[in-house]
Design a protein around this ligand. Structure first.
Ligand code: C2O
Ligand code: CU
Ligand code: CU
Length: 494
C-alpha cells in the first residue's frame, strides 16, 4: 500500500514537472549541447526534471580528436588450454588528457581485455577481486553452469579469488563480461568494468569474414557518460531511471576516431551503456550489412540502413569502405550525432565477397506451436520498477524450468499512465530465439540467437528458450539502475 501511495505521489509530481517543463525544455536541451564543462554543475540541476521526460539528455558529437583504444587481445597463459587470469581493479584514467578520473577495469584501469574462447574447448579462468568492495564476474551471453555464471549470489569479497573451469558449448559469437553485485551493478559498470569475449569456431573461421583483430575486425563498446569538470562521477550523474550522459565513449575513448584502410571492415557493436538506446547509421547514407546478433551469426548478411541497440545488445556489421571516395565518414545516431568518426587512409585493400550462408538458425514449427508457459510483465519507472508486480528477492524463486526442454516465454511491457518506456530484457545462461513480436514474425535482423531484447511499451514478445544446465539464473531489465532497483527475477533450472 505504501509503495502504491508513493507511486501516486510520484506520478503527480512527474505530471507537474512535465507540464512545467514542456515550454522551456527545448532551450534547456540545446544548452546541454554546448561544449561547456564548467557549466556542468548548473546543468546537472535539471537532471531530476529530465527524468520525467525519459531519455532527454542530448549527446554531443565526437570531434574525432582521439584514436580509439582497442582492448588488448589477451593471450592464453597455457598452450594446451585456454587459461586467463582476470583481476577487477581500481585505477586512474585520463579520459580527458591531463585529468585523471577514478575508474575501474579488468587487468587495467578502464574496461577490460578481449578474451578468445574456442567452441568445444575447455576454459579456465582465475578471477580476482582487487576492488575495495564486493563484485562478481558475470559472463553475459555465455551458456555455462549457474554456479559460475557470476550472478548476484556469486560475490567475491575484496581480496578474494576463485577459479572456474567450463566447456564452451556454443558457436562463434561476441559476448561480454561485467560485474553483477546486488545493487551495485550500475555503478561498477559505469566506472569501467566491462570486457569482451569472442567465441571462435572452425566453421566461422572458414567463411572469409574480416578477422584481423584491430585492423579490420574491431570491437566497439559504446557507452554514454556524464563528466563533472572532465571527470567521471557516477554519484552526480546517477539517475534512478537509468543513468545517461551527454558524452559518448567508444572503447573508453572520448571524441573517438577510428583510422582504417579502405576495405571491408567488421565492427562488433556492443551497447555497454547503463540506459541509453542507440539507432546507428552511416552519415553518408550508405547502407551496411548486419552479419550477427547477440549470440552468433545470422544465416546470411542482411542489408540495413540502421541498427538499433538497447543496453547489452550486440550486432556485428560489415561496412565496405573500399567504395568510399571520401576520407572522412562517421557512425551517427538518429539525431545525426557522431558516435565515431572514421578516418580513412588512401590505401584501398581488396576484400573477399561476403558469404551467402553463414549459419543454420531456425525457428521450428514445433517451437511455433508451443503454448506460452511463462509470462513476464515488465512495469514501472525509476524506483518503482517490477517484474510481475514484484521486486527482486534473492530468497524467492520466480520460475522453474526443466533443463533441455524448450518453453515459450511471453514478455509484456505494461504501459503506465505516461506511456511507459522501453525495457531491454535479458536472460542469463542461455541464448534464445525471438519467435514473435505482437504476434508477428520478428524482423530479419532478429532472426538469430539473442540473449537480450528490447520490449516497447505495450508490446508482447515471445521467445523460445532452453537451458543447457541446472541451477539458478537471473532474468532482468538491462537498464542497470532498473536492475539494481529490483527489476530482476530468478529461475531455477532443474
Ligand atoms: Cu549483462 Cu545480468 O547481465
Ligand atoms: Cu547476463
Ligand atoms: Cu527497465
Amino acid at each position: 500500500m505504501k509503495k502504491y501511495l508513493g507511486g501516486f505521489i510520484l506520478l503527480f509530481i512527474l505530471i507537474g514537472v512535465l507540464i512545467g517543463c514542456s515550454e522551456s525544455s527545448g532551450m534547456q536541451h540545446s544548452d546541454m549541447n554546448m561544449d561547456n564543462h564548467d557549466n556542468m554543475d548548473g546543468e546537472m540541476d535539471h537532471g531530476n526534471m529530465e527524468e520525467a521526460h525519459g531519455k532527454q539528455v542530448e549527446l554531443k558529437s565526437s570531434s574525432g580528436e582521439n584514436e580509439i583504444s582497442i582492448p588488448v587481445a589477451m593471450k592464453s597463459e597455457s598452450k594446451e588450454e585456454t587459461r586467463y587470469t582476470i583481476r577487477a581493479k581500481k585505477g586512474h584514467t585520463e579520459i580527458y588528457k591531463g585529468i585523471k578520473s577514478d575508474t575501474l577495469g579488468y587487468n587495467g584501469s578502464l574496461l577490460g581485455p578481449m578474451l578468445t574462447f574456442k567452441a568445444e574447448e575447455m576454459v579456465t579462468m582465475r578471477l580476482i577481486n582487487e576492488l575495495e568492495e564486493e563484485t562478481t564476474f558475470h559472463w553475459h551471453g555465455l551458456e555455462i553452469p549457474a554456479d559460475i555464471d557470476g550472478g548476484p549470489h556469486d560475490t567475491l569479497k575484496p581480496g578474494d579469488e576463485r577459479t572456474i573451469t567450463f566447456k564452451v558449448k556454443q558457436d562463434a559469437a561476441t559476448l561480454w563480461f561485467h560485474p553483477h553485485p546486488k545493487g551495485k551493478t550500475a555503478e561498477q559498470v559505469y566506472n569501467g568494468l566491462a570486457g569482451l569475449i569472442y567465441i571462435e569456431d572452425e566453421a566461422t573461421n572458414q567463411l572469409g569474414l574480416p578477422d584481423q583483430y584491430g585492423i579490420n575486425d574491431i570491437p566497439l563498446i559504446i557507452q554514454d557518460r556524464m563528466f563533472k569538470e572532465k571527470r567521471l562521477d557516477y554519484q552526480t550523474a546517477k539517475n534512478t531511471d537509468g543513468t545517461i550522459g551527454d558524452t559518448v565513449l567508444v572503447n573508453g575513448t572520448v571524441d573517438p576516431k577510428l583510422t582504417l584502410a579502405k576495405e571491408k571492415v567488421r565492427l562488433r557493436l556492443l551497447n555497454g551503456s547503463n540506459a541509453r538506446n542507440y539507432t546507428l547509421s552511416l552519415d553518408n547514407d550508405d547502407s551496411l550489412e548486419q552479419i550477427g546478433t547477440d549470440g552468433g551469426l545470422l544465416n546470411k548478411p542482411i542489408q540495413r540502413n540502421e541498427v538499433t541497440l538497447t543496453p547489452s545488445e550486440r550486432a556485428e556489421i560489415i561496412i565496405d569502405f573500399s567504395k568510399v571516395k571520401a576520407n572522412k565518414m562517421a557512425l551517427v545516431d538518429d539525431e545525426g550525432v557522431k558516435i565515431l568518426v572514421f578516418n580513412l587512409k588512401d590505401e584501398v585493400k581488396p576484400s573477399k565477397d561476403l558469404p551467402k550462408e553463414m549459419n543454420d538458425y531456425e525457428v521450428t514449427q514445433e517451437e511455433l506451436s508451443l503454448p506460452v508457459t511463462k509470462k513476464i510483465e515488465l512495469f514501472g519507472m525509476m524506483d518503482n520498477v517490477t517484474i510481475n508486480g514484484k521486486k527482486f528477492d534473492a530468497d524467492r524463486i520466480d520460475f522453474e524450468q526443466k533443463k533441455g526442454v524448450t518453453e515459450v516465454w511471453e514478455i509484456y511491457n505494461k504501459p503506465d499512465e505516461m506511456g511507459g518506456m522501453i525495457h531491454p530484457f535479458h536472460i542469463h545462461g542461455t541464448q534464445f530465439k525471438i519467435i514473435s513480436r505482437d504476434g508477428k514474425t520478428p524482423p530479419e535482423s532478429e532472426q538469430g540467437w539473442k540473449d537480450s531484447l528490447s520490449v516497447s511499451p505495450g508490446e508482447k514478445v515471445r521467445v523460445a528458450i532452453e537451458f543447457q544446465y541446472e541451477g539458478i539464473y537471473m532474468f532482468h531489465c538491462h537498464i542497470l539502475e532498473h536492475e539494481d532497483n529490483g527489476m530482476m527475477g530468478q529461475i531455477n533450472v532443474y
